[in-house]
Design a protein around this ligand. Structure first.
Ligand code: CMP
Length: 141
């Protein structure tokens, strides 16, 4: 299973702008299977915990406020080479640098409100998936 799954969130900016459907369609069309999915809202505490790795960064407070500001869609995605392929699909963190046609180029507003999250390693994909989903909420399709 290692290497075949990644974790994503559609962030409050993209949810609020009505882009859930278009983003999920692009994810499916790129060959990812959705094996778990949840429409939810992070508390400030949970957002802080999820992004604890960035706690020392100057943008941490802003990031936590933003990620707890509205609903998100959390999902686990499956595909060969999932982590790397999904990062290619979403584009650079800063949408100004994201390749044309990528999810962030299409839907992100700026580096903070950047439409989607994608895990940066297999290890973090597993940690982030377990943060949001119980085993009974993950399906082998
Ligand atoms: P994400 O992939 O979810 O992981 C960490 C997030 O921190 C990142 O997307 C951005 O939304 C946010 N981030 C990274 N750099 C900055 C920055 N310079 N200013 C504000 N937010 C940032």
């Amino acid at each position: 299973m290692s290497g075949n799954r990644t974790f994503t969130m559609i962030k409050p900016d993209a949810v609020g702008s009505g882009h859930i459907g278009a983003i999920l369609a692009q994810i499916n069309e790129a060959g990812f299977k959705i094996v778990a999915m949840k429409y939810t809202k992070l508390s400030k505490e949970k957002a802080g915990e999820f992004y604890a790795v960035h706690a020392a960064r100057p943008f941490y407070g802003e990031l936590v406020d933003f990620m707890s500001s509205g609903p998100i869609v959390a999902a686990i995605l499956e595909k060969n080479n999932a982590v790397a392929d999904f990062r290619t699909l979403i584009g650079a963190t800063n949408p100004a640098e994201a390749a044309p046609g990528t999810i962030r180029a299409r839907f992100a507003k700026n580096i903070g409100e950047n439409a989607v999250h994608g895990s940066d390693s297999d290890e973090n994909a597993a940690i982030e998936s377990a943060f949001h989903f119980a085993g009974t909420e993950i399906f082998n399709l």
